[in-house]
Design a protein around this ligand. Structure first.
Ligand code: GAL
Length: 381
């Protein structure tokens, strides 16, 4: 299909609002109308923003949680597939029991053991929302906040949030801006910038559940995974790192050669038992370059869709949807079945503030936190 035709059908779909529900038409993206997201949350306006490139790849993002709602990429047979789980309207996101469909999570992505850390000799207690631990910024983390929308263009949208001093127990007023850019070569680039007025900790990440079948509830166990890391950070049974950095060699966490996720996911191995599957932080190989480098590559043979994950961060959390129960129904009636979505979260290491051997997560006044994550799509037939 010609570029002009792709664009005009997508634009018509968005602006005429005739795009939603039912079967995929002609293999083209079914974009959601902004009207399904236009409401007030906490007294602030929420909407939906659509980025489309010349190939027809598209992403829709709401400022409720700076959240990816859908992401349509072309598959090997020429049809477009929505490769992230989520819901069709804002009401469903507000009601959802799984709050991690696509948002930016933070201030600290993943867990802080017992929600405690000390900084400059002072102890801080964060809210606890995952057993005894703090997860993804607490009960009302970045993903539950309404972000202020800045720049909006055909291929870019930026959103900011000011997290007040004391929110969820974190010190300092933290200002964070996240910019999403959809590139001509089918990459969704996410750039984070944050500053603070008092010493604090920061580790935001993007939390989409990807399914490269298209989100049709199929298991992601068939995805072929490659993670460019020879070590990981083992945890205790509560998924809090022990502080050790252990080799993946000889374990089911060794994805240095392409391996189907399902081939070893139920192997008898302590890390997999603790997590009920994959839910670990890999220590990425770094060349020393400041540019984002390839961290992981996932391929679904049945659709031919390949997703490369690139980052400048030291860690990557690969979570295989072990906590999904099938009790939630998302876009187009698709169910979030057990292991029907994977998260690949670029990050500092979980619980970093409590382990001297992990990279520092401290941000001080006058410093600027930056983080880039790229999800790049291509087709392998
Ligand atoms: C992941 C985390 C998992 C789980 C998931 C949200 O980042 O590692 O343990 O909490 O988020 O369901």
């Amino acid at each position: 299909m010609k570029k002009a035709t792709i664009l005009s059908s997508l634009v018509a779909a968005v602006f005429l609002g005739g795009c939603c529900g039912g079967e995929q038409r002609d293999g083209m993206p079914e974009l959601l109308p902004a009207s399904s997201f236009e409401t007030m949350v906490d007294g602030k306006a929420v909407s939906l923003y659509t980025l489309v490139n010349d190939s027809g790849t598209s992403v829709q993002i709401t400022n409720f949680g700076a959240r990816i709602v859908d992401l349509w990429v072309e598959s090997a047979d020429g049809t477009f597939k929505d490769v992230v789980m989520g819901f069709e309207d804002i009401a469903s996101y507000l009601d959802a029991s799984d709050r991690y469909n696509g948002p930016v999570v933070g201030r600290f992505g993943n867990r802080v053991g017992k929600g405690r850390f000390s900084l400059d000799g002072r102890q801080y207690q964060l809210s606890v929302n995952d057993g005894d631990n703090h997860l993804h910024g607490g009960d009302k983390g970045f993903g539950e906040q309404v972000w202020r929308v800045g720049k909006v263009g055909p291929d870019v949208v930026s959103m900011s949030y000011v997290s007040p001093d004391g929110e969820a127990g974190y010190p300092g007023n933290l200002t964070i801006t996240v910019t999403y850019t959809l590139t001509a070569d089918n990459a969704l680039r996410i750039d984070y910038v944050a500053t603070t007025d008092a010493p604090t900790i920061v580790n935001p990440t993007s939390h989409s559940y990807f399914n490269l079948h298209g989100t049709n509830a199929s298991s992601t166990n068939s995805h072929v995974m490659e993670i460019f890391a020879s070590a990981f950070t083992p945890t205790d049974a509560g998924l809090i790192p022990t502080g050790e950095i252990a080799p993946v060699e000889g374990t089911p966490l060794d994805f240095r050669t392409p391996t189907p996720i399902g081939s070893r996911i139920d192997a008898d191995s302590e890390p997999l038992r603790f997590a009920g599957g994959y839910d670990h932080n890999w220590v990425l190989e770094k060349s020393g370059s400041a540019a984002p480098e390839l961290a992981a590559r996932v391929w679904e043979p049945s659709t031919g869709i390949v997703m490369d994950v690139l980052t400048d961060q030291p860690g990557l959390q690969f979570y295989s949807g072990n906590f999904m129960t099938g009790d939630e129904v998302g876009k187009r009636g698709n169910v979030n079945n057990h292991r029907s979505g994977i998260a690949l979260e670029t990050q500092n290491f979980p619980d970093a503030p409590n382990h001297a051997g992990f990279p520092s997560a401290v941000l001080r006044p006058g410093e600027t936190y930056t983080h880039t994550c790229v999800y790049k799509f291509s087709i392998r037939k």
